[in-house]
Write a protein that binds this ligand. Sequence first.
Ligand code: SF4
Length: 404
Amino acid sequence: MSDREFDSALDRGEGADVDLDSALQLFYGADRPERAERLFEAAARVRDENVGRRLTLSAHLHMVTRCELSASCRYCSLSSTIPSVSNERSPLTLREMLTGVRYAVDRGVRSVVLVGGTDLGGSDERVREVVSRIREVTDLDLAIDVGPSLSDATVRWLGRQGVDPIYCSMETIDPVAFADAKPGDDLEARLRFMRRVEESGGHLGNIVMNGLGGPESLLRTVLASRQFPHTSHLHISTFHPVPGTPWARRRAASVRSSLKTLAIARLAFPSLQLGLAEVGVENPRDLASVPSQLRAGGGNTIAAVLVYKHQGSTTATGFGLTRLRPALRFLSRCRWGHPGARPEQRPVSVPSLTAPPKIPRDKGKDRRSPAKYGINATWAHLATPRTSESAARRTERSRRDSPR
Ligand code: SF4
């Protein structure tokens, strides 16, 4: 591809004019490092103009509901023949969830995503119970991701509880690739559910997976978000093989191609919350992906805490703001990096996390205020703790705005 064609696609992209052809031109054109830098710079500029640099840390609670698919997804740890791997997707008890939420609050987290499995028969009762109990102890922003497992009544109920967005991962819009990766799942049911969330007036979260089909299929899936104008969050996950699963020997997708896709998504959807879906806290080295995705136009929610079952007990792992700070300092120092370097290979000073710490029993310890973490000024905006008054206002607003 000529420089002229790439420049033309990039110019169009900066005006939010991205179709499949220009997305492919940007994707393949950015194989050259200097073009990748320009793509990332353009995406970061668009991000800065539309959503700014306010950074919010989120926590993920895995799993709040059991996955009932009769054949597990081929990439999912649930399909692993190794018990210690598949057990990591065992559901948390309510008590474990509440302890995990408190752990997250202590680390400056402002939003919690309740992640569960898919039950095409419906998870309404369990989801209502979980949300009600968590709402009793915190007014943090809540989002939920249990696939197409909820009735219309529960979708409306979640809206009244201020649970927003409601995720339903499309993964891929390609029916053949979907059936291959997710033999027990139903793409049409997912798309129908996403439409129902839209009709309810709520916001929608979506995750697409890099590694199911080629770049064209991936970009087509990203652009399919246009069918859902209420989408507020879009994440790109990168397939990596999990031991013991049917896809254990499949080649991992490249983080770099996920970053290029992220940048193209930023041009196509200037004001969405966009990012890589990896929960970096699972692997301390993945902290390197934080500055990389911010450089590539991602933002502005970073997964900082993961609560899950680990070898039979509940484990919380997270880097919070203190551990994120060196990565952000690096980002600021290098002023978005130097041309030519591969983002995922940049040296980032990351403090090592050893074995994931158990959830602390003493809730009173290590309660530093967010201000004391003091992250670098470039990305310094931290949400101040929300008062119960503002939580009440939020709930009232959600009731008022809801057409339910
Ligand atoms: S729907 Fe989610 S939890 Fe269930 S098997 Fe697939 S990836 Fe795993």
